[in-house]
Design a binder for this molecule. Sequence first.
Ligand code: ADP
Ligand code: MG
Ligand code: MG
Length: 256
Amino acid sequence: MSTLEIRDLQVSVKLPEGELKPILHGVDLTVRSGETHAIMGPNGSGKSTLAYSVAGHPKYEITGGSVTLDGADVLEMSVDERARAGLFLAMQYPVEVPGVSVANFLRTAKTAIDGTAPKLRTWAGELRGSMERLQMDPAFAQRNVNEGFSGGEKKRHEIVQLELLKPKVAILDETDSGLDVDALRVVSQGVNRVRESGDTGLLLITHYTRILRYIKPDHVHVFVAGRIVEEGGPELADKLEDEGYERYVAGAGSAR
Ligand code: ADP
Ligand code: MG
Ligand code: MG
C-alpha cells in the first residue's frame, strides 16, 4: 500500500518578470493506492498548478507545505526521481519527444522505473495487449511520441503508460478534454482497469462531470480559488453536474 500525502501545499507561479503570483493557498489531500479521487473545479482555480507542482515543473515555486510518497519527500526529488518513486503525472498538454518512438519511450520508462529492462517477449505482448484494449492501431507504437498525435491518441497513450508502468499514484489532468464519446468510453475503461488492479491510487482532475459517469470516484474534492472547499463521495459529482460551481465561486469571492 502506498500513500501520497499533500499537506498545506502553497504554490506560486513564477511570472516572466520574476514576480511570484500565489495560486495554491494550502491544499490538503491524501491518495492511497487503490483509491480513486476526483478534483473538480472551475477553470483557473489552480487544478493544473497542483498537478504541475507534484510533477516538479520549474515554472512553479513551492512556498509552503509538503508532498510525500510513503514518507519520502517528493519536493526534494528531481522529475526522474519522482517517476522512479512511483508517481505518474499525465499532463494536460503533453510534450513532444522528437525522434523517440512510442515503443522505445515506454520501454525506456519501464526500465528506468524498475531498474532493469523488461523481458522483450513478455513486454512486447503486454504493449500489444494494452494497445488492443484501447483500440489503437499497432502502427502507433512506431510513431514518435506526441508528434502529431490527436487529442484522443494522446489520452490513449497516457492510459497505455498507466497500464504498463503501474505507478503507485497517478495524477491525470483533464484526461476527458478533447475526447469524443467513443474515445471517452475507451479511455475510461482503461482507467477502470488500472483502478481494478488495486495497485494504483488515482487522482482525476477535471472541469467536467462527464468522465465521472464512466469512472466512479471514491472521493470527490471541490477545488475553487486555490483550495479544496468541499469534500464528499460520488454523490457530490452528481450535485456539481446539476448545480455547477457558482455557489462555491460566490463564496470564495466574498471570503477574499
Ligand atoms: P486550472 O487548471 O484550474 O484551470 P491553472 O492551474 O491552470 O488552473 O491556473 C491557475 C491560475 O494561475 C489562473 O488564474 C492562471 O491565470 C494562473 N496562471 C497560471 N500560469 C500563469 C502564468 N504563467 N502567468 C500568470 N498567471 C498564471
Ligand atoms: Mg482530504
Ligand atoms: Mg488545468
